[in-house]
Design a protein around this ligand. Structure first.
Ligand code: GAP
Length: 456
């Protein structure tokens, strides 16, 4: 079994309707991608698996859906206005812009630019004459901190506008609603708030397909707890993160932890889970101990008390927050690389097959009349019956082997073939995508058989 290269995966996604270039007919827009019909299904199924793992099967765990646009003071309080920046410099020769830390990390592993100050980075780049990736010369401007937030304007009359920001993370929507959730769900510490939604960042570095984009989705999860229990929660969610990735089919060998030396402005401890992509290890998740930083700042900037009252002890305090955040697009990409393989069947014959867990498959069953003229009516009847339960496809074009292969390539776990045995005895052939084994099964047992494979 061979995993696909990046080039092949991009072509596959375009061919089968998983991902298209954003604004394609206009020549695209750098680092934007649109999900096609099958990609959207897969993405929704990953969201549902996350919902199951984080909301449904955990106690005191609540999902919200807060707005992308927030009062701009939120971003002052959160520290993003002052500190959510990348160190950028320009090449004076060819005028291209680069991230200083990437210039260093791309040429050496002797030092870690993530742990350097701005001055140390500039000194290193100058001393080692690190060449510009575009023109090869080494003649740069000073490093400047460039804020990653997208700003837009709000105002009803011209000239009287306020700057507001597209959120760079989901987390703040969860923080400003912590009291609302606690009150309405009548819950106590520790409890968690999850959210799936878009985030926006003005990234200038090249993307590696959907790995780094300017608009992306996050599945963020915040656990509110008492100080002193935060470290235990932090260790728990590091572990729970790998359990989630294994649950959706990523293999242990392709996952590793990366503890941060240089911490974001809000964190006391941070650790990423990285996945082994064809271009190297890349962060797909982060666990952050955000302490009481965010809620204290929101209390200060809003003037509203965000203290928790602990009934048993009569204490009042600001809860600590342990965050577990998942990049949805990166998780999607990891799932594609992990499960889409080229499999040798016998010398000279191979197939492309996406060995997705059934719960993630965009289509669950492919309905195939063996002979179009003869078996279509019965096949259509079964197709319509199955549609009430699952996402189903119907394919009557080409020979049966080719139709099986099309379903294999997009990860459809089951194909059912309708033939004379179906007309005479209500029995279909059910083919399993991975083993390619075929069994005869009465039509009345189809739903329960398929349902079993879809239970979380
Ligand atoms: N609330 C904390 C937070 O936003 P982060 O590590 O900056 O932390 C969380 O982002 C996750 O979002 C990352 O682990 C990654 O999977 C995803 N992510 C971040 N920037 C991204 C980008 N430009 N494109 C796609 N995914 C991104």
């Amino acid at each position: 079994m061979r995993r696909l290269s990046m080039e092949k995966l991009v072509a596959f996604c375009n061919q089968y309707g998983f991902i298209f270039q954003g604004s394609e007919i206009y020549g695209g827009l750098a680092n934007t991608w649109d999900y096609g019909p099958l990609g959207t299904r897969l993405k929704n199924n990953i969201k549902d698996a996350w919902r199951y793992f984080f909301i449904q099967k955990r106690n005191h765990s609540y999902e919200i859906d807060s707005d992308i646009l927030m009062n701009p003071t939120v971003w002052e309080a959160s520290g993003h206005l002052a500190s959510f920046t990348d160190p950028l410099l320009d090449c004076k020769e060819c005028k291209t812009r680069h991230r200083a830390d990437n210039l260093i990390n791309d040429v050496t592993s002797d030092v870690n630019a993530d742990a350097m100050t701005q001055e140390e980075m500039l000194h290193y780049i100058t001393e080692h004459k690190i060449p510009c990736p575009k023109c090869g010369k080494s003649n740069y401007t000073d490093i400047r901190q460039f804020n990653l937030m997208f700003a837009t304007q709000r105002g009803v009359t011209q000239g009287n506008t306020n700057i507001i920001y597209l959120r760079p993370e989901n987390a703040q929507g969860e923080y400003v609603n912590y009291l609302n959730v606690m009150r309405t769900m009548r819950t106590k510490l520790p409890f968690s708030i999850g959210q799936i939604g878009k985030a926006f960042r003005n990234e200038i570095t090249p993307g590696n397909f959907t790995f780094r984009t300017i608009e992306f989705e996050q599945m963020e999860y915040q656990t509110f707890c008492k100080k002193g229990t935060d470290e235990e929660q932090y260790e728990y969610f590091k572990q729970y993160g790998t359990e989630f990735f294994e649950f959706i089919g990523l293999s242990k060998e392709h996952l590793r932890y990366h503890d941060h030396e240089k911490l974001a402005h809000y964190a006391k401890a941070a650790c990423d889970i990285e996945y082994l992509f064809p271009f190297g290890w890349g962060e797909i998740n982060g666990t952050h101990n955000r302490t009481d930083y965010d809620l204290s700042r929101h209390q200060q900037y809003s003037g509203k008390s965000l203290e928790y009252y602990e009934e048993q002890t009569g204490e009042r305090y600001i809860p600590y927050i342990v965050e577990s955040t998942y990049g949805l697009d990166r998780t999607f990409l990891a799932v594609m690389f992990e499960t889409l393989v080229e499999e040798e069947l016998e010398p000279g014959e191979s197939r492309q097959v996406m060995k997705l867990p059934a719960m993630l498959a965009p289509i669950k069953v492919n309905v195939l009349p063996l002979i179009k003229k003869r078996h279509s009516e019965k096949a259509m009847e079964l197709y319509q019956m199955l549609q009430k339960y699952f996402m189903v496809s119907y394919d009557d074009a080409g020979n049966i082997g080719k139709r099986y292969r099309r379903g294999d390539a997009i990860g459809t776990p089951y194909a059912i073939t309708i033939d004379d045995n179906t007309l005479d005895n209500d029995i279909v052939t059910l083919r399993d995508r991975d083993s390619m084994l075929q069994i005869n099964i009465p039509t009345g047992e189809l739903i329960s058989h398929i349902m079993k494979a879809l239970v979380y």
